[in-house]
Design a protein around this ligand. Sequence first.
Ligand code: HEC
Ligand code: HEC
Length: 243
Amino acid sequence: MRITKTLVVFAAVSALFSVQALASGDNGNAANGKTIFEQGKGAVPACNSCHGAEGLGDDSMGTPRLAGQGYVFIVKQLSDFANDKRMDTTMFTMNTNAKGLSEEDRRDVAAYVSSLDSPDTASDMKQVKELGNTVGVRYLGKALAQYGAPERDVPACHSCHGFNTRGAAPIYPRLANQRYVYLVNQLKKWRDGSRANDLMGQMRKVAKNLSDDDIYNVAAFLTSAPLTTVGNGRLPPAPHTSH
Ligand code: HEC
Ligand code: HEC
């Protein structure tokens, strides 16, 4: 029993350690990343064909915004796709795309997307509705993001993802201004366990107590969450420069 526990702790610590090693290591060549993003490489199609010219994502395809996302987080997702630790069940292409790139290419493309401007713009909720999606109630989602629902064992999203979920590098991604459809898809995947690449099961624990309405409500807030408060425009260092 004691040995098993020690092994589990060891595995968790070494997983964390490799994320930190990545954080202080090679930062990728953004110029090569830009070429991959715009032109693809070998059999891997150009990333902008699905993630948009500026990397802002697309609700009609269910693709996420990549622009301004933390470098270490993007590298981790690409390596999880390459190793089938995370499965793309939306367009079924990200696993092949990531496998088609070398580790260095993945770092390069991550360096490029994390350096892109990520304007404070939300999904177009009229379009989201026209695409046939259920749209949540923003103010209810705001309360969940900021305070959680302690009576149902749901922690505040802020407690890990930072103020208004603007991201806490290297581990916690930015959710603010992410695409609505992508947010809803991922929360459902964490809840049913079809996405399980989170360190120590952190997100699965959060999502298992969310109702469908919670998911729609919180996504409606997150896609339009401001990164700063009124009267205080101070932003923490961008995720890609803070390691
Ligand atoms: C054919 C469309 C398509 C192409 C081309 C594509 N992607 Fe994706 N990508 C997706 C979809 C769909 C998802 C969401 C998968 C899911 O729902 O789990 C995604 C997810 C991702 C994620 C996860 C982001 C996050 O926030 O967790 C990363 C990183 C990513 N793509 C990077 C890339 C890169 C880099 C390229 C180019 C080499 C690329 N993608 C090309 C469709 C595409
Ligand atoms: C205990 C810490 C913790 C809390 C609290 C938390 N998260 Fe997360 N979340 C994580 C971690 C860690 C990841 C990244 C997992 C990975 O490496 O893929 C993540 C990833 C996500 C993603 C996927 C982002 C992407 O780009 O792929 C979404 C969506 C998300 N969280 C939503 C939420 C929401 C909504 C809440 C509040 C209801 C919340 N999280 C609360 C730890 C947390």
